[in-house]
Design a protein around this ligand. Structure first.
Ligand SMILES: [Zn+2]
Length: 559
């Protein structure tokens, strides 16, 4: 027996032995969310299903072992295995808790996430999972004595043989259960992104290859011929407040038929709430650049390299543009236009009241969205006067309903729905408490928009004001065990892709009078999407360029 053990696990262990032990651990243990999901599938509930699941587990271990065999070099193997084991443990926690999957888009989201957003995800259960499933086995691998050096040729041959054996096991098992494998993978596309750690290896390398393939240098110019159409004599320049929402889903707005009163303020105002609006992506990093592009979703996903966006074209046409951020930044969209953050005050401004802004435990400012309205007049006054005479597009980027710590987004006087989930480990709360906390964030956005309209009305002697609010993507709140957002678009539920869009113009203003009577209201149930944003804003503020498409401008049909 001892000799058998020593053959498998000699002291010091061969790199390949470590590779296969680590593959067994990650494949079987760190993939528990995958096994759980498969065991729950009704079509796999019989003996045949169980045989498939066991074979699939064998395939995952074989594929992991095959890939890792290529890294089985004495100086390299421990670092690679320790890293992947730790990553697998963290992924297991997020996949199990929130029903997320790990695909290339998720990598891009992570790269663009700031410290504050990351901190909102950390909790004791995550720490415990990573310690037990990740750090402990990783330490065990690291403290093993290093195997003696081996001749390069022998090592290479050994690794390739191990790689080939893994592949053969994978192929044979796949052939044995082929019918179940192909139907399960076809019907449940998200499963492939749940296979840890291969999902991480695949997604990170895909993003790395893509970023190297992307042409570098300044973004491609857009709308070189951008200009403003002549205004009717005697009319004031346009002021469009574009509120970019965060993680707000359409169905939780009472304006869109939600049974709870989440829009007590906007309900009193003459707003148009579009009932059928689709987002471009299911995460901020995917949606924001796409929303501000003229291309529309289908062309934007194929775009190579970077391109200027709506804000550049508006500025080129001669308008004043300002991006004001209360979140993790504008993802490069506002790089070439005036931009600021809620915590950066304009000259001579009153300090932010403590009811609006506090500090997090690291001393970083953290503000409720209503801080976006603080001293807004002074922010506008700092913009170019000549441009302001032609018009202003002011973008406010909300923190909105950013999860999972929804309870942090609503001030105490807007906790309309109680009790709230007070944890960022959503699955530890009752679903109703998660929904309560989320609905309070919608009520917070409701009041922000109502107060924004109030501010716009104070600008009516200088400008022709209007507001357009649209969210970047939706959110899952436990439907089918899913939480948060970011599922690959093709498999995302409508909770993640149906977003609110709300429009306000003064009913007696020039803009309203320039539209056919009743036409605006008739747009309410017309299907719309992020594809319409670029062109609708261009038309709204009277800007045009070769890239403007009236057919995509929601208001063009009403003029
Ligand atoms: Zn977002």
């Amino acid at each position: 027996m001892k000799r058998v053990v020593e053959w498998f696990y000699p002291d010091p262990a061969r790199p390949l032995t470590q590779v296969w032990l680590a593959s067994l651990w990650m494949g079987l243990v760190a993939n528990w969310p995958l096994w759980k999901r498969l065991l729950w599938l009704p079509e796999l509930g019989d003996t045949r299903g169980l045989v498939f699941i066991i074979a699939f587990a064998g395939m995952v271990v074989a594929a992991t072992g095959a890939v890792l065999s290529l890294f089985a070099w004495p100086r390299l193997v421990k670092a690679v295995l320790a890293l992947l084991i730790a990553v697998s443990a963290a992924l297991a926690y997020f996949i199990d808790s929130y029903g997320i999957v790990f695909d290339p888009t998720m990598v891009v989201n992570m790269l663009q996430t700031d410290v504050r957003e990351t901190r909102d995800l950390l909790n004791l259960r995550l720490l415990f999972t990573v310690l037990v499933l990740g750090i402990a086995p990783a330490i065990w691998i690291v403290v093993q004595p290093r195997a003696p050096a081996q001749r390069f040729v022998l090592r290479t041959a050994g690794n390739l043989a191990s790689f080939t054996i893994g592949l053969i096991i994978l192929v044979v098992l796949a052939m044995v259960v082929f019918a179940d494998l192909s139907s399960t993978m076809r019907n449940h596309k998200a499963l492939r992104y749940m296979i840890t750690p291969l999902n991480a290896v695949y997604s990170v390398s895909t993003v790395a290859v893509r970023s190297r393939a992307a042409p570098s240098g300044p973004p491609q110019q857009l709308g070189a011929d951008a200009r403003l159409l002549a205004r009717q004599p005697g009319t004031k320049p346009p002021l469009l407040l574009l509120v970019v929402g965060e993680t707000a889903r359409s169905m939780n707005f009472s304006l869109n038929g939600y049974a709870r009163q989440t829009n007590p303020e906007l309900t009193k105002l003459p707003v148009i709430s579009f009932s059928d609006v689709t987002s471009c992506g299911t995460a901020t990093a995917a949606s924001l650049p796409c929303m501000f592009s003229h291309l529309g979703r289908s062309a934007f996903v194929d775009l190579k390299g970077s391109q200027e966006n709506l804000l550049d074209v508006l500025q080129r046409a001669g308008l004043a543009v300002l991006w004001l951020d209360n979140q993790s930044g504008c993802k490069g969209l506002c790089d070439r236009v005036p931009n600021s953050r809620t915590s950066q005050l304009p000259k001579g401004a009153e300090p932010l009241p403590t009811t609006l802004c506090g500090k997090d435990e690291f001393g970083n400012p953290e503000c409720f969205d209503e801080a976006l309205l603080h001293e807004l007049d002074k922010r506008v006054a700092e913009l170019d006067t000549a441009r302001l005479k032609k018009g202003l597009v002011l973008v406010m980027h909300q923190m909105g309903s950013h999860g999972p710590a929804y309870y942090k987004r609503a001030p105490s006087d807007l906790k309309l729905f109680k009790p709230e989930c007070q944890s960022n480990a959503l699955q530890q709360c009752k679903r109703a408490e998660v929904v309560n906390a989320y609905d309070n964030t919608i009520a917070t956005t409701d009041r922000l928009l109502a107060r924004s309209i109030g501010w716009l009305q104070t600008q009516a002697d200088r400008f022709e004001p209007g507001m357009l609010y649209i969210s970047d993507h939706g959110e899952s709140l436990g439907e089918n065990g899913l939480y948060l957002h970011g599922l690959p678009y093709a498999m995302a539920p409508r909770e993640q892709t149906q977003v609110p869009m709300i429009l306000w113009v003064p009913s007696d203003g020039v803009l309203a009078r320039s539209l056919k009577p009743g036409c605006l209201g008739s747009l309410r149930d017309k299907p719309a999407s992020h594809d319409n944003l670029f062109h609708t804003v261009m038309g709204w503020v009277g800007a045009t360029a070769d890239v403007y498409r009236p057919a995509q401008d929601l208001l063009a049909a009403c003029r």
